[in-house]
Design a protein around this ligand. Structure first.
Ligand SMILES: NC(=O)c1ccc[n+]([C@@H]2O[C@H](COP(=O)([O-])OP(=O)(O)OC[C@H]3O[C@@H](n4cnc5c(N)ncnc54)[C@H](O)[C@@H]3O)[C@@H](O)[C@H]2O)c1
Length: 267
């Protein structure tokens, strides 16, 4: 099938380079007939390759710092001026200064912690609130953010990002209620396997953990391309009654207690 998203319009946040999950989502949405504006933080415009992606998908980039209501307002105004109401939004944004600077969870810089929460979680509320107040979404639209299982279980290396993801998932539930009642817009998070990207590999010990998760998942780690496929399905009409959920996309990791591959290591 190649027209799952025919006539659907949206905004995709967070494509930095070709490893980014948002990059892969943009390619797959484009292949399924969807149209979108790409957005990223102004600084990422200089560091990344997002203009290459825009060219490939025949679209434009509108920079927005996702922590700024003013930037988000301008972005949604530009998107609705171009397309009319929108059908999908992907929030694929995360950053922790504490993780970047390898600060232990027991020694966090609390100013940085607030930045982590603002960039990685509250920005999702800001996106949702902007879309809601501007009445920017079509009925039965779909809004997604990307999460990680450290929202439910302790992953020491994930530091304050774990708290951000727990908040992100809660925002999806809380706003999903209001957006559903307003005009049947669904709001979900996808909890993705460890994936080799700029954000992923910035976490110390990522490679070891990636390999551990691979052996703890009956299907192996879900890769970025498969995550993008799942996002396409969640943007399509085939999932119109799924809302306020955290959806695990992790090869079975989240419900596996032990695997024989991991047990063999203790022989
Ligand atoms: N890579 C993994 O292992 C993994 C696993 C589960 C969930 N996720 C989540 O997937 C999402 C995408 O991450 P990724 O792995 O593709 O890495 P990535 O580094 O390619 O994407 C993160 C994006 O966030 C953007 N960003 C940072 N600050 C911003 C701001 N203030 N305003 C707007 N954009 C900003 C960055 O520019 C970048 O494009 C994140 O939410 C991440 O936590 C990643």
């Amino acid at each position: 099938m190649s027209d799952l998203l025919k006539n659907k319009k949206g905004i995709i946040f967070g494509a930095l380079d070709e490893r980014s999950i948002a990059w892969k989502v943009a390619e797959k949405v484009h292949a399924q007939g969807g149209s979108f504006i790409l957005s990223n933080a102004p600084i990422a415009m200089r560091m990344g390759k997002i203009n290459e992606l825009a060219e490939k998908c025949g679209t434009e980039v509108i920079p927005a710092d996702a922590t700024s209501m003013e930037d988000l307002g301008n972005l949604f105004d530009a998107a609705t001026a171009k397309y009319g109401k929108l059908d999908f939004v992907l929030h694929s944004i995360g950053m922790s200064p504490n993780v970047r600077k390898d600060k232990a969870y027991t020694d966090l810089n609390h100013d940085w912690f607030q930045k982590t929460l603002d960039i990685s979680a509250l920005s999702f509320h800001k996106v949702l609130q902007t879309a809601y107040k501007k009445d920017a979404m079509n009925d039965w639209g779909s809004i997604l953010a990307l999460s990680y299982i450290a929202a439910q279980e302790a992953y020491p290396f994930y530091s304050d990002m774990a708290d951000a993801k727990a908040t992100l998932e809660s925002i999806a539930r809380s706003f999903g209620y209001h957006f559903g009642v307003k005009n049947k817009v669904r709001v979900n998070t996808i909890s993705q396997s460890p994936t080799v990207t700029a954000a992923g590999s910035g976490i110390s010990g990522f490679e070891k953990f990636f390999n551990f998760a691979e052996e703890m998942s009956p299907l192996g780690n879900a890769d970025g391309d498969s995550c993008a496929d799942y996002c396409v399905v969640m943007f399509s009409e085939l999932t119109r009654y799924v809302t306020m959920q955290n959806l695990f996309h992790d090869g079975g990791y989240s419900t596996t207690g032990i695997t024989s591959k991991v047990m063999e290591k203790w022989d």
